[in-house]
Design a protein around this ligand. Structure first.
Ligand SMILES: Cc1ncc(COP(=O)(O)O)c(C=O)c1O
Length: 395
């Protein structure tokens, strides 16, 4: 076992996936073609949302989302420090100001009470939006955030990169899937290889708002439209007589090239077919970890078995985290740390954030470790991981 590296996450590529990519490579389309629309439709259905827009990666999805939501220089947006930096950085791309609020130590997610405190302490209108993150695959209670957002007139952008297929249960016992758009204005996903669905690079935005959907379609392709009804230049200017000539198009807003390729979409579509199977396996792995670590004195807190959790990660908070991390590495078990608090990255320190600002997030960071979690992790490999952890603590 020791000769084989066990990473914290890994993709699974089947022969069917490879065949799907080959077929697309042999077709007429390399960049946006028919697979994009198919992937978008299937993904919208999977997340129970009305619209989906495929983009180049999760970061592009975030960038386009805050643009579509109208973020402007100086606007303030609230997010969690326990996330990948991209969740916050998108605000900076538009010249906005990131305001971190602390996490709930029980769930590791953005604390709705901390956000309420921030909002209550500021004049109405200071904050424009909230970016909650379904960190590790645990779905944020967006019903609670929606109430708050409505009170203060804010938009919600759900960063669901870790949680396609995850859900939370509302007060009426109804399940809401991550990215369903029931409570958030927009949600974004990443198809980076360690995520549930791998495209190499890839991302998606989901929404139920047709206007935002139309904006996103334009923004991902340079703000160009080929819809005649939207043209503002005259037919004569375009070079036509009684209608716009075939070549004509207009760039109406400043957009980007954030397109996904058709062969990546083919891979995503093929992977999506196994998404439920993958989550079911992740939940089995989580249940085994939960039982193995229950009551262990070296464990301060564990992700545990949580309804609707999509288990991108399985996080433990432990004593002597560095020692455990090094021991696991010596056994070729590559656990990982998610995340170094974003507000303490040098870039955000330069903007004024400092140690002590987010006590819960900082305490979490001192103890957290993400254990191997991916559908192809075998029972034998998982037993080896658990045994090595117990061996380290002589438990
Ligand atoms: C929570 C979160 N948000 C955003 C991103 C950015 O996604 P991508 O790497 O596809 O740009 C990631 C990916 O690492 C992520 O984990």
């Amino acid at each position: 076992m020791k000769d084989k590296v066990i990473p914290y996450g890994r993709q699974q590529i089947t022969d069917e996936d490879i065949q799907a990519v080959i077929e697309t490579l042999q077709s007429d389309y390399l960049t946006q073609g028919p697979k994009i629309g198919e992937f978008e439709a299937a993904f919208a259905q999977y997340t129970r949302s009305r619209y989906a827009v495929a983009v180049a990666n999760g970061t592009a999805a975030l960038h386009l989302s805050v643009m579509a939501l109208g973020l402007k220089a100086g606007d303030q947006v609230i997010t969690t420090p326990i996330t990948f930096a991209a969740s916050a950085n998108c605000v900076r791309y538009c010249g906005g100001e990131v305001v971190f609020a602390d996490i709930d130590p029980e769930t590791f997610l953005l604390d709705v009470h901390a956000v309420r405190k921030l909002l209550a302490a500021a004049p109405k209108g200071r904050y424009k939006g909230i970016i909650p993150v379904d960190f590790g695959g645990r779905a944020v209670d967006l019903e609670a955030f929606r109430q708050l957002a409505d009170e203060y007139g804010l938009w919600i952008l759900e960063d669901a990169c870790h949680a396609p297929g995850g859900y939370f249960t509302d007060q009426q016992k109804e399940q809401h899937y991550c990215g369903s758009g029931t409570f958030a204005d927009l949600a974004i996903f990443s198809f980076h290889p360690v995520k549930h669905i791998a495209c190499g690079e890839g991302g998606m935005v989901t929404t139920n708002d047709e206007k935002l959907y139309q904006q996103l379609l334009g923004l991902r392709t340079h703000g160009i439209t080929k819809t005649e009804a939207e043209y503002s230049n005259t037919i004569a200017f375009a070079g036509g007589t009684d209608h716009y000539p075939g070549w004509y198009m207009e760039m109406q807003t400043l957009g980007y090239n954030y397109r996904l390729t058709d062969f990546q979409a083919a891979l995503g579509l093929s992977q999506l077919k196994r998404a439920d199977e993958g989550i079911a396996r992740r939940r089995e792995i989580a249940a085994v970890y939960e039982q193995a670590f229950a009551g262990k004195t070296y464990v301060k807190r564990q992700a545990g078995v949580v309804d609707g959790h999509a288990y991108h990660l399985y996080v433990l908070e432990v004593e002597d985290r560095l020692g455990l991390y090094n021991h696991l590495r010596s056994q070729q078990i590559f656990a990982q740390i998610h995340y170094i608090p974003c507000h303490l990255m040098p870039y955000y320190r330069q903007l004024g954030w400092k140690e002590g600002d987010m006590p819960q997030a900082e305490s979490y960071y001192r103890n957290c470790i993400s254990l191997p979690m991916y559908p192809s992790l075998t029972a034998e490999e998982q037993a080896f991981v658990i045994d090595e952890i117990n061996r380290y603590y002589h438990a």
